[in-house]
Write a protein of this length. Structure first.
Length: 637
């Protein structure tokens, strides 16, 4: 049920087709090199018809009036004889030739030019830079290589873009980058989505419409153009979108909202147009835009800045959704975990007509999710998934998938053939508490941490409405030196004031224990104080749980980061009211803290017993804690 990215678009068995401009460039380069090779071999063949003379032979031929003309090119001389003569080595069967070449000596010969003029030899001169084809090759080849590299990069980019589902290349910068899944390629169905029964019912009619749109049209029904999936991260928004495509058996275009945004204004809008055009061509089809809040934030609020590119992209999305004709069977699915920041124009009827809310799974749904993710995992007989569903309150589908995967990895590291309950419990501790830290605490620090955690555990055991204890440990995990873990017996959707007060009491139990035993407090209660203060402030200022403040909810000022600066959203109450709220929060925390301190002082024997047991075993499970407290109570009585 976790939010999962769709797999990369699979190509046909023959592989991706080569882009047209790549083929034309390859043909052009092939013709060029063919011409160059022909020219090279033709010149080499023509040079093969020339005989090489020594400089002495060359002057002798001039004196014998056998030389008709010569061409000077650097230190080379190419000459033409009046009549063909036998080659230098007649024994090798050479044919008579009238062309010859020779090399001038490094020292200028002052007799050469007068000798040529005396025997009326025609003299020509050429540049010593080389032949025309060599100059052509040197001058043109680098440019051809640059052009070839340019076209090759364009072709490779287009192939990669096509492989990801979007056309483009270097000249397709403004083309859609949506990943395209062909009809029948998405194998996910509603059977693969555990829990979320209400959400699946809302989406089943969408898949039914895409399968048989004429049936709905005959009834006069208009299917929603857009469906907005809202919920916390990991609750299965992307998976549900893929399931709709799998059930309907239609093409599926998937893209993230951030992929529309570029530094050039207008690119995002162009990509939106291209994506909708492609979807309309293959209708019925589904377009899925993940994290739509990255482009669909409310305009004109001053939060997030006035980003022209983002606003143009949003305007284009709104325009395209308005442009759907009644016969066009294209459905737009979008997902977000911040529906409160979306623009009102997106939420109105005619755009995203239907809002589907996805919540964290309850116990029954968690059990079903665990069964789905453990289908391909060999579980030992002692694995109790029902117990794990009870121990994973607040887990999302992604968290549960990660838990099973961590258990399988742990079993693989230890060389086990099957995943047993111990591996599953250890993986849960890793997900909830973090990995074990390799750090050595001094005896004094261990004693301090043991009494701190014992204070949390004892208060949680004595307060009647507190959540039951599950485990206490002084083994450092994550960022904590110790941990007291509570597991609710049931799902809580509405929190009473008495329950919240006792929850704060458990948070303050560690600090109160330190004060009682050592006469001072440490920095270890920092996170406890943060959570307790936050919860108390909600009770006073937002939930109306203060007689002095009354039944009023005050919006807290929120800070937003924009262009490296903190921008504070103005609060809607006066400074005097803020002072009263602060006084009430402080009063509530002091009142609960005094009650907790008295409770621990009255049960000092149980506190000492828990701390000593933690120092010996480092980790205590719920049955062990109950046994220790019962024994300490019997001893004190």
């Amino acid at each position: 049920m976790a939010d999962q990215q769709p797999p990369q678009n699979q190509q046909n068995p023959q592989g991706p087709s080569r882009p047209p401009q790549s083929m034309s460039m390859i043909r052009m380069l092939a013709w060029f090199f063919a011409v160059m090779l022909f020219t090279y071999y033709w010149l080499d063949l023509s040079q093969g018809q020339q005989q090489e003379l020594s400089y002495t032979q060359f002057k002798s031929r001039i004196k014998a009036d056998e030389v008709q003309s010569v061409t000077m090119q650097g230190d080379r001389v190419i000459g033409l004889l009046h009549t063909p003569v036998q080659g230098v080595n007649p024994a090798e069967g050479q044919t008579p030739r009238n062309r010859f070449t020779t090399t001038l000596p490094p020292v200028d010969d002052p007799e050469l030019m007068p000798l040529l003029e005396q025997h009326e030899v025609e003299v020509r001169a050429r540049s010593a830079e080389g032949t025309w084809w060599a100059r052509l090759l040197i001058g043109v080849l680098p440019w051809l290589l640059l052009i070839g590299l340019f076209w090759y990069a364009s072709a490779k980019m287009q192939e990669r873009m096509m492989g990801g589902g979007g056309a483009g290349g270097l000249f397709g910068f403004a083309k859609s980058r949506a990943k395209r899944f062909s009809k029948g390629q998405s194998k996910v169905t509603f059977d693969d989505v555990a829990g979320l029964e209400n959400a699946k019912r809302d989406l089943e009619e969408i898949s039914g419409f895409l399968k048989d749109p004429e049936h709905f049209r005959k009834l006069g029904a208009k299917i929603p153009r857009g469906i907005l999936l809202m919920g916390p991260p990991g609750t299965g928004k992307t998976l549900l979108a893929r399931a709709v495509a799998g059930e309907a058996n239609v093409p599926f275009f998937s893209i993230s909202g951030s992929e529309f945004i570029e530094m050039f204004v207008g690119v995002g809008a162009s990509r939106v147009r291209d994506m909708f055009e492609n979807a309309k061509k293959e209708a019925p089809a589904i377009i899925f835009i993940d994290e739509i809040d990255s482009v669909g934030r409310a305009r004109g609020t001053g939060l997030g800045g006035g980003h022209d590119e983002r606003e143009q992209t949003l305007n284009q999305i709104l325009n395209e959704m308005d442009g759907f004709e009644p016969h066009q069977t294209v459905v737009v699915l979008a997902a977000t975990n911040r529906p409160d920041v979306l623009d009102a124009a997106l939420m109105r009827p005619g755009r995203f007509d239907r809002k589907v809310t996805l919540d964290l799974p309850d116990r029954r749904a968690r059990l079903a999710i665990l069964k789905i993710h453990s289908r391909d995992v060999p579980l030992a007989d002692d694995v109790d998934l029902d117990r794990m569903a009870a121990l994973t309150v607040g887990f999302s589908g992604a968290d549960l998938e990660n838990l099973i995967n961590e258990a399988a990895l742990l079993a693989g590291r230890t060389g086990e053939d099957r995943v047993d309950m111990d591996c599953v419990l250890k993986s849960r501790d890793k997900v909830v508490l973090g990995s074990v830290r390799e750090m050595a605490l001094t005896d004094e620090e261990k004693t301090l941490v043991a009494y701190h955690e014992s204070g949390h555990a004892l208060v949680a055991s004595l307060l009647p409405r507190a959540d039951p204890l599950d485990k206490v440990t002084i083994i450092p995990r994550g960022r904590a030196l110790g941990m007291t873990e509570q597991v609710p017996e049931e799902e809580r959707h509405n929190l009473r004031q008495s329950y919240l007060r006792e929850r704060i009491g458990v948070m303050l139990g560690g600090r109160a224990s330190e004060q009682l035993i050592f006469g001072e407090v440490s920095s270890g209660a920092e996170e406890d104080l943060k959570q307790a203060t936050l919860l108390a402030r909600h009770m006073i200022s937002q939930w109306g749980m203060s007689e002095k403040i009354g039944p009023v909810a005050f919006r807290r000022g929120e800070e937003h980061i924009f262009l490296g600066r903190e921008m504070a959203q103005q609060r809607d109450f006066s400074e005097h009211t803020a002072e009263v709220i602060d006084d009430e929060v402080s009063r509530l925390l002091r009142e609960i803290g005094d009650q907790v301190s008295k409770l621990l002082a009255d049960n000092r024997g149980s506190l000492d017993a828990l701390a000593q047991a933690l120092l010996q075993k480092e980790t205590l499970e719920a049955p062990e804690i109950r046994e220790i407290l019962a024994s300490a109570k019997a001893t004190s009585s």
